[in-house]
Design a protein around this ligand. Structure first.
Ligand code: ZN
Length: 541
């Protein structure tokens, strides 16, 4: 998620301010000594909602494996939520608070390879999201029948906005039980599969959702409303995949029509990326009172049951109105964000670049290659080249919003360089296999692509991810001679280019030194293949 289409100026403003990093940013964004000694294995998050008071109270049972002996553990929870008590085997532990980080002193000896648990009690009025999903928090709304309609979203700000956890992306919990207690006339939909519903004496119900796969913290969500449910089974690469849809009662008819795109999405993305990564947990679309988010196996939807991005085509090519942007984009994240997850937010392009790119692969699958090229070339108008795509490491900071459209165009560029669509598809599927259910660095992704392509693409990645210059192809021609070179490129930039000379395609290898190539006939026209994201400049002789 995190589009900047509508609120670009806001994001820019936030990102410029983000250069002054605090101790709190480091505690949040780095693998501190109090984090690195233990490996998360299981959470049981249990929350009771007090909707009238916009208040949450609950517990999180944190199970972990000791990687090396240590006694001090960091758990995160952002104010105004607070941890009220931490116990281990019934014994209350000493806790020191440092802003949003809580340091827990474990009294029992932590022996290597042992698996232990702590129980965290917490409560408070979580931050109300001012602009979901771009600013994190809880959204408290009513549906048209006056019934409560509530959802959480916390990408970037982090799940510690509303529940206590190890809030760093590098360590995903292996499985998780989410128990949410709501008034009995409402339903909670969270991640994974609904295991059971408990009817409580106080006219509440507890919904128990179990996630059977590793999940990142911001992917965890709770959605509460007067939901109705319908479902289908998708005949997928790994067999039958349960698809469940939870929507407001008033939108059932519209949803049954619009959500037909879910199976079209699964068809396209299984083709390009390989099997849906969470068959055990099913696939869900859940209506929410905001635009949408890639919550794992519980993709949230608020695109008003219309095609495009809130009815608009982000590409301007026309193809963006052929699909529901939120169904396609947020579900694309199941492969890139939820299956393959960045370790550090600086590498967020791994989520957004690939997922932005997935939109044109959807178009490619259903409408053909030409259409997909129109789409990906069309989204270039949204690129701003303000700062590099890769952000600052260790402080939970992302790079430029160009991670979306420029990231997508860089990948399209690489597809064009490779010039073999089956090989490229093999690489995309290979990524999802090689890094299945893992957290990764950009280097791992870059190296894998270069290795499998059999082409050193390191300078291409440097150019587009670590710099703001767009390569400029400078050329001139006279008679049958074409002279050309790269300008505005990183040191050692190495990328072939396809050009059309008199309408005929030629692959050349420009460098920063001028080269001259002689053609058989007098040159009339030179055109650069539009699939490369480069500028071109003709020098008239
Ligand atoms: Zn996204």
């Amino acid at each position: 998620m995190r589009f900047t289409f509508l609120i670009f100026s806001l994001v820019l403003c936030v990102s410029l301010n983000a250069q002054n990093f605090s101790r709190q940013d480091t505690l949040r964004g780095s693998i501190t000594p109090e984090r690195e000694w233990w490996d998360l294995t299981y959470y049981h998050l249990s929350i009771k909602t007090d909707i009238d008071n916009k208040f949450l109270k609950g517990t999180n049972l944190v199970q972990y494996k000791v990687l090396k002996p240590a006694q001090r553990m960091q758990i995160d929870l952002q104010s105004p939520m607070r941890i009220t008590k931490v116990t281990q085997e019934g014994k209350t532990l000493k806790v020191e608070q440092d802003g949003n980080a809580y340091f827990i002193e474990l009294s029992q000896k932590q022996t290597k390879n042992s698996v232990n648990e702590i129980l965290i009690e917490f409560e408070g009025n979580p931050v109300i999201s001012k602009n979901p999903p771009w600013s994190g928090g809880v959204t408290w709304k009513k549906d048209s029948n006056g019934l409560d309609f509530i959802a959480t979203s916390c990408q970037g700000d982090g799940a510690s906005l509303w529940w206590p956890n190890k809030d760093h992306m590098y360590d995903e919990v292996d499985s998780m039980l989410i128990s949410v207690t709501v008034p009995e006339h409402l339903m909670d939909v969270s991640n994974g599969r609904l295991r059971s519903v408990d009817q409580n004496a106080d006219k509440t119900k507890t919904y128990n959702w179990f996630v059977n796969n590793p999940i990142n913290n911001y992917g965890v969500n709770m959605n509460i409303g007067d939901y109705v449910h319908f479902s289908e089974v998708f005949d997928g690469e790994n067999g039958p995949l349960d698809c469940d849809y939870y929507v407001l009662r008033e939108n059932l008819y519209k949803a049954k029509e619009q959500f037909k795109q879910a199976s079209l999405m699964l068809k396209a993305f299984e083709h390009w990326f390989g099997p849906y990564p969470f068959y055990e947990d099913s696939y869900k679309l859940v209506e929410v009172p905001y635009l949408g988010m890639e919550h794992q196996s519980s993709v949230t939807y608020g695109n008003k049951y219309a095609n495009g991005y809130l009815g608009r085509d982000v590409s301007g090519s026309g193809w963006g109105l052929k699909f529901d942007f939120i169904i396609i984009h947020e579900s694309g994240h199941e492969w890139f964000a939820n299956n393959i997850t960045y370790k550090d937010m600086a590498d967020m392009w791994v989520h957004e670049g690939f997922t932005s790119y997935s939109e044109n692969l959807y178009v490619d699958y259903h409408f053909g290659k030409e259409a997909s090229q129109d789409y990906v070339v069309g989204i270039r108008k949204n690129i701003v080249n303000d700062r590099p795509i890769i952000g600052t490491y260790g402080v939970n900071a992302s790079g430029s919003s160009d991670m979306y459209y420029k990231g997508a165009n860089m990948l399209h560029n690489i597809r064009t360089i490779i010039e073999n669509d089956e090989k490229w598809r093999g690489i995309l599927r290979g990524l999802n296999k090689e890094f299945y259910h893992q957290t990764v660095t950009t280097a791992q992704i870059e190296n894998y692509i270069s290795k499998m392509a059999g082409i050193d693409l390191s300078k291409v990645f440097d150019q587009y991810l670590r710099d703001t210059m767009i390569p400029e192809f400078e050329y001139s021609f006279e008679g049958s001679k074409l002279t050309y070179q790269w300008k505005k490129v990183v040191n050692g930039f190495d990328m072939p280019l396809d050009i059309m000379v008199n309408g005929k395609k030629v692959r050349i290898k420009p460098s920063t030194k001028a080269q001259t190539k002689k053609f058989d006939n007098t040159i009339q026209t030179v055109e650069v293949d539009r699939n490369y994201y480069v500028m071109n400049k003709q020098i008239k002789k």
